[in-house]
Design a protein around this ligand. Structure first.
Ligand SMILES: C[S@@+](CC[C@H](N)C(=O)[O-])C[C@H]1O[C@@H](n2cnc3c(N)ncnc32)[C@H](O)[C@@H]1O
Length: 183
């Protein structure tokens, strides 16, 4: 039996944690799959990417939906654009599928963004992160994340998912903010 697709699992877990009143952040809009999914299920979505191509693909996918703000900006600057607390943040890391593989998320900015996302997240709400460890930069990003995770106070790793039949398979994390103070 084929394992369930990691993005399908991520969306299923998201659905258990959001509702039509939720405000969410898509930290890596890419081709817009996660942004569209959030826009269909939430009150409002803020989405970020550093590539114009990603913004254009996402705008097309959204087909005129008005409950979304798209920013051509790094997620490390999300606090400049998002001025309210949020109910979920999704980081689908790595590079744009079918795009320029050299433009990938880098741990230095991901780490800043994760801290800012935790600061914006309401208490008892969750971050969702997908790491792609099959490429060198993604592997470095994941290993750095594993060292960083124990330094975070007031968070709990709720659950993880990967494909057990592949040693370099992507890995999904759901992390709950259990208090107000981060770091
Ligand atoms: C795996 S794709 C995201 C997939 C997307 N969520 C979807 O549903 O199609 C990763 C994206 O992260 C973007 N990215 C890389 N560095 C970034 C940064 N510092 N801030 C925001 N996005 C970034 C890339 O340009 C790429 O489009």
């Amino acid at each position: 039996m084929r394992p369930e697709n990691i993005n399908t699992v991520c969306h299923r877990w998201l659905l258990e944690n959001i509702n039509e009143e939720s405000v969410c952040i898509d930290a890596t809009m890419g081709n817009g799959n996660d942004t569209l999914f959030l826009a269909e299920h939430c009150r409002y979505v803020y989405a970020f990417d550093i590539q114009k191509e990603a913004l254009e693909h996402t705008k097309e996918r959204l087909a005129g939906r008005e409950n979304v703000s798209l920013f051509l900006a790094s997620h490390a600057e999300m606090d400049k654009y998002v001025k309210e607390s949020v109910d979920a943040v999704v980081f689908n890391l790595g590079y744009l599928p079918k795009g320029d593989e050299s433009v990938t998320t880098l741990w230095e900015s991901t780490q800043t963004a994760v801290k800012k996302a935790l600061a914006l997240l309401k208490s008892d709400k969750c971050l969702f992160l997908v790491f792609y460890i099959g490429h060198a930069e993604g592997n470095r990003e994941y290993r750095s994340f594993l060292s960083f995770l124990p330094t975070l106070q007031n968070v709990k790793v709720e659950r993880t998912y990967t494909y057990i039949d592949r040693h370099d398979a992507p890995i999904l994390y759901q992390i709950r903010k259990i208090g107000d103070e981060i770091l």
